[in-house]
Design a protein around this ligand. Sequence first.
Ligand SMILES: [Cu+2]
Length: 131
Amino acid sequence: MPKHSSAPVPLPVALRSVAARAACAAVALAGVFLTPAGARSAPAQAAPTARIVIKDFGFSPASLTVAPGTVVTVVNRDNAPHTLTGTGRATFDTGRVKAGRSATFTAPRARGQYAYICDIHQFMSGSLTVR
Ligand SMILES: [Cu+2]
């Protein structure tokens, strides 16, 4: 009989649980270190992050200033799909973000002010300033 055939069943389950908790802790830590407020303690190579929330057919904040190349998470808290789509020289676009979901885009590297809209509801607008 091979030696490894007698391994107790509960052990792998327990290990998975520990691994899952460790993964959660790692994600939580990453969240802490990647928020704009925690940027000073973030690793040098990590891109800065920011967040825009869509609620009641509006972007919040409607005007946001970020560093070049910031990874912006767009959270859709409405019951309708939305996009965050750059206009004019702004080429960023989340594409369609379903109700309750989120998406990310990377802010331009060139400094300046960039206008955006929701491509589905074009009365929704906002502006991203890079500096
Ligand atoms: Cu919309």
